[in-house]
Design a protein around this ligand. Sequence first.
Ligand code: SF4
Length: 365
Amino acid sequence: MNRKDIVLIHGTDYKSMAKKVLERGDVAADIGDRDKKIGLKPNLVTVKDPAEGATTHRELLAGVIEYLQEQGFENITVMESSWVGDRTGEAFRAAGYDRVCSRYQVPFVDLKKDSWKEYDAHGMKIKLCDQAASVDYMINLPVLKGHCQTTVTCALKNNKGVIPDSEKRRFHTLGLHKPIAHLNTIARNDFILVDNICGDLDFEEGGNPVVMNRILGFKDPVLCDAFVCDTMGYSAKDVPYILLAEQLGVGSTDLAHAHRIYLNQPQPSENFHPSVMTRRVQELAAYTAPKDACSACYGSLIYALDRLNRSARLKDGLPPIAIGQGYQGTTGSIGVGPCTSCFKKSLPGCPPSSADMVRFLAENW
Ligand code: SF4
């Protein structure tokens, strides 16, 4: 796997999906010697069950550990520090990681209790926790989700969990974007396994999960975050730290030349009943007419509708957006995805990206 590759897998058997992404990425060969120290950095920002859209699902962690142990790696450490104000140990238990670490006999390090050193991060002094600095290979396990200050958050910002709390506070006083970009010149991102299962609409602490049931693999954290923007209806240009990281040589935002590797195709999902949505997501879903829609497609549409809502483009009387395999071969006014290709207005792409949906709906709805 190279830095232009994006591996995508859909489904609900998250542990086995995580293993398949690592197998496709040939992570074992990428790591090399079996005695290397491997760090696993999930997102345990706060004390929440992953179903709320804030934290990394424990099944991803279990899948990564199982894959590594089956490949003969034993020097594995899970490490994280929650945001300022929450105890990492409580977040660790709330996400069910205690059971995973106990089952696979893998240690967990609370980086809030770790020592640190200051490094020159491409012209900016940044403190990095010693445990994170000591690994030979870091697997970053972020959640794809919205963020009230930085718009989106995924690989690059997840590394805020490998710095001491005093540094997190300083990052906020500096406006987040510049220090996050510089941090990623010293924090390792050897492989990124993205939890795109049900990340939040717009808050890093969760509360409005958008189900997409997808796991992604990247070698390049900048490409990862550019893809996240596309998935949520934005462009990398909307998120200054992504472009800054690119300028600092951390990676590339060039999605046009990225190579998407689909390990399976999306399947229709049962996740669109109002009873499984929060009120905010229900309000956006009221503009849709799903019929056997796939999670990744429907989640992209919800993110697109949220963007249109923010620019006051949603109003009563708009025809519902048709989406889903149930529309194949039928006619109608407007729909997204090739399943609605016989409609008067239809957006191609399977699934279409949320950014394309925003443009299409703004012009044609
Ligand atoms: S276009 Fe149809 S088949 Fe493709 S992801 Fe969307 S609903 Fe599924």
